[in-house]
Each structure stands twice: as C-alpha cells, then as structure tokens.
Design a protein around this ligand. Structure first.
Ligand code: NDP
Length: 256
C-alpha cells in the first residue's frame, strides 16, 4: 500500500482546532497533506491557526465560528465546508470543556454545558457530516475521549459521563456506518499540557505530581503527541480498524 498514511486531497473538519490538542492535530493532518476546516468560537485564535497552516504547510484552511451547543451552527458548518471544498472526508470531534465540582454541587445548566459541548455536539457533528461521507463511499470520524472514559474521578463526573459516552457513541456509529465504509474511532489522551489541563492543575495542585508518578513514562504528554494517532486513524492505513478507543497516554491506562 503506497502512501497509506497520506491525507493528500482529503478535507478534514476539526472542532476546537484553534488550540491545544485540536490545533496540534490540524497541524499533523496538514503536514500529511489535508485541507482543514477549523471550527471553534474564538475567531482570533481560529484566524491565527488558519494562517499558521497556510504559511507552514501550504494546504488550504478555513476558519468557521461555531458554538457546538448550537445545532443550527453545526449544520451551517457542514454546509459551508461542502460548499468550499466539495467534500468532507474526515471529522475530528475534539472540542471539549470541563467544570470541576463534586457531583452534588452541579446545576442542570452545568450538565447542559458540559454534556452538550462534549457529547451532544460530537454526535450532531457526526450526523451532519454523514450524508457527504455516505455519498462519497468513505469517511473517517475520530472523537477525542479521555482517561475519564475509563476511570471515575470525584470532580469530573459530568466530564466522565460525556467522555464515557464518546466511547459508546464511537462503537455504535462504527457498527451503524460500517456498511457505508465509514470508520469511527476514538483517541483517549492521557494527561496533556494544554489550557484545559493548566486550569485543572490550578484547581487541583497535586494533579501535576500525581500524574507523573502514575504514568509509566513519568511525564505529561504534549499536544503534538496526539497528532500521530489522529493521522493514522484518518488515513487509509486504518481502513480495517473501526470502533476502537485508542489510549495515547504514556501507559497511564495499563499500569496496575
Ligand atoms: P483546550 O481548552 O486547549 O481546547 C478546547 C477547544 O475546544 C478549544 O479550541 C475551544 O475553542 C473548543 N471549544 C470549547 N467549547 C466549544 C464550543 N462550545 N463550541 C466550539 N468549540 C468549543 O483543551 P484541550 O486541547 O486540552 O482539549 C481538547 C480535547 O481533548 C477536549 O475534548 C478534551 O476534553 C480532550 N482531552 C484533553 C486532555 C488534556 O489533558 N488536555 C486529556 C484528555 C482529553 P473556543 O474556545 O474558541 O471555542
């Protein structure tokens, strides 16, 4: 299989692609040849990410202002990408948010914010790209879970519900869309240096050392280290892989 890892001539949507893990994934996919649509709320950060891709990798990139809590904006996003590029080959459901509290203290509005962004948003984005992928006869949907997809934590109950849901969504969509030649997989990052985890380390000061002592490789991960798994799962090299939740965690999930 020649150039099985190439994303040349492919078009990818990356939600939350303007920062952290999402931005590192867009850069990895651009390096593999993909054209990108970066969907997030902060237009300044998105413009910067688009400019970097165009200048450094020479592939096409557009930015879209999308709040994943708004269903209409998700459908407008898919329509705009189709209109601009004529195809959608890859969806990366990466955008995510967290509110750290004990479960008894959450409001219903906070449930909505976390679950609607992380899980409902990912599901609606997957639905929105499905018709284009089905009619093309192929597609790749990749969603970002977490170690909380696997483990419980006292102050990440809502986040864990959303990330556990990502794994079950992945399995269900993988089965449903296998006849359409659409592969659906998840990546479960370990503890990665981003704005989201910087906030977590502020909220829970002992997290920094807890992560290092438990992780077999004895360090936090960098966003760039998530790009390889995303490129692999977005490429032809993974055409017989569907429904998996791949930890990219320095061994965090396999140590006794
Ligand atoms: P960041 O906070 O750096 O990035 C989150 C991204 O999501 C931003 O680009 C943000 O863009 C976007 N986003 C948030 N809410 C919305 C919304 N309502 N609509 C559209 N976009 C939104 O976090 P990370 O890079 O760390 O996280 C990326 C993913 O990886 C998340 O799903 C997270 O749960 C997951 N993850 C992170 C880990 C870590 O250790 N960092 C570990 C495991 C999983 P904007 O604000 O412009 O909308």
């Amino acid at each position: 299989m020649k150039d099985a890892f190439s994303l040349q001539d492919k078009v990818a949507i990356v939600t939350g692609g303007n920062g952290g893990i999402g931005k590192a994934i867009t850069r990895g996919m651009a390096a593999a040849g993909a054209d990108l649509a970066i969907a997030a709320r902060n237009e300044t950060k998105t413009e910067e990410a688009v400019r970097e891709i165009q200048e450094e990798f020479g592939t096409k990139a557009i930015g879209l202002k999308v709040d994943l809590q708004q269903e209409a904006q998700i459908h407008a996003m898919a329509a705009k990408v189709l209109k601009t590029f004529g195809r959608i080959d890859i969806l990366i459901n990466n955008a995510g948010t967290n509110i750290r509290k004990l479960p008894q203290d959450y409001t219903a509005a906070e449930w909505d914010e976390v679950l609607n962004t992380n899980l409902r948003g990912a599901f609606l984005c997957s639905q929105a790209v499905y018709p284009a992928m089905k009619s093309a006869g192929r597609g790749k949907v990749i969603s970002i879970g977490s170690m909380t997809s696997l483990f419980g934590g006292a102050k990440v109950v809502l986040y864990g519900i959303s990330k556990g849901g990502i794994v079950q969504m992945t399995r269900g969509l993988a089965v449903a869309w296998a006849p359409d030649n659409i592969q659906v997989n998840a990546i479960l990052p370990g503890f990665i240096n981003t704005d989201l985890s910087r906030q977590a380390r502020k909220d829970v000061p002992e997290l920094e050392t807890q992560v290092i002592s438990r992780t077999p490789v004895k360090r936090w991960g960098e966003p760039e280290e998530m790009a390889g798994a995303a490129v692999f799962l977005a490429s032809q090299a993974s055409d017989f892989i569907t429904g998996v939740a791949l930890p990219a965690d320095g061994g965090y999930s396999i140590i006794l």
